[in-house]
Design a protein around this ligand. Structure first.
Ligand code: BTN
Length: 244
């Protein structure tokens, strides 16, 4: 596998996609992204040199791993969580649907420390490439007003860790989860998410919804508590619920 590191780049995910035109497996990291992307076309902005901006890309004609493509995002989220637990010796980290890793802060509130953006390329219905993009807030101590109350970093939590080392360890954790059997990784994710049975607010709906179960493709099956309507919630939907 080829590894690339840049002082700055538009987006490590975009560069990894570009590289997959000629490479079968790549890892791209950067000190800064000037066009970093998050879920639902949101921006992913962070300090220079203070965070992890990491992408791992594979071409499925060379390295087929999972048939069910949701498992790549799941592997990314579980890799971040296991890395953070290993490196901090603490278990204050939880997964939040669909792609966030949250950390419990000193006043008992869960805040976002990491997000995973998994992108696939298709030829017809065939998934040809996957890029797992991971951002983790490491040494950033201040955040923009809009996310000030909802974001945290390892530094804010009191940990002082080396970003280069974390990038290498993240690769190891990701590969560990990618090597897991599909059924067990999915079941571990369902257990870690702990969202079945919970009440959620779906942005754009005034009603209360209860999560019935998690479907094989990673969508949530929600039941409207007012009229029993069923709804399938996916990556693109925004929901609010209490984790923990
Ligand atoms: C999210 O929470 O919405 C996902 C954020 C993913 C950010 C990472 S940083 C590395 C990679 N490159 C990008 O442009 N985005 C992902």
């Amino acid at each position: 596998m080829k590894q690339y590191h840049f002082p700055q780049i538009d987006s490590t995910n975009d560069f990894a996609k570009e590289l997959l035109k000629t490479e079968s497996e790549v890892m791209v990291t950067a000190d800064f992204q000037y066009k970093g992307r998050g879920r639902s076309s949101r921006e992913w902005v962070g300090d220079y040199g203070n965070n992890i901006y990491f992408s791992y890309g594979i071409r499925h004609d060379f390295i087929p791993v999972f048939d069910n493509i949701i498992l790549y995002q799941i592997a990314g989220c579980l890799a971040v969580k296991s890395l953070l637990i290993e490196q901090t010796f603490s278990n204050v980290f939880k997964l939040k649907y669909p792609n966030d890793i949250m950390a419990l802060d000193s006043i008992g509130i869960y805040k976002k420390i990491s997000g995973v953006l998994t992108e696939h390329s298709f030829v017809g219905s065939q998934c040809t490439n996957t890029v797992i993009g991971i951002g983790i807030n490491i040494n950033q101590s201040e955040f923009a007003d809009e996310i000030y109350h909802t974001a945290t970093s390892l530094k804010i939590l009191g940990y002082n860790l080396n970003i280069d080392l974390l990038n290498q360890k993240l690769e190891t954790h990701l590969k560990y989860w990618l090597s897991k059997d599909p059924v067990s990784i999915f079941n571990i994710w369902v257990k870690e998410l702990n969202i079945e049975g919970k009440m959620v607010k779906v942005i754009g709906s005034d009603d209360n919804w209860q999560i019935d179960s998690i479907l094989d493709d990673g969508r949530l099956l929600a039941i409207n508590q007012n009229n029993d309507e069923e709804k399938k919630i996916d990556n693109g939907d925004s929901i609010r619920y209490k984790i923990g």
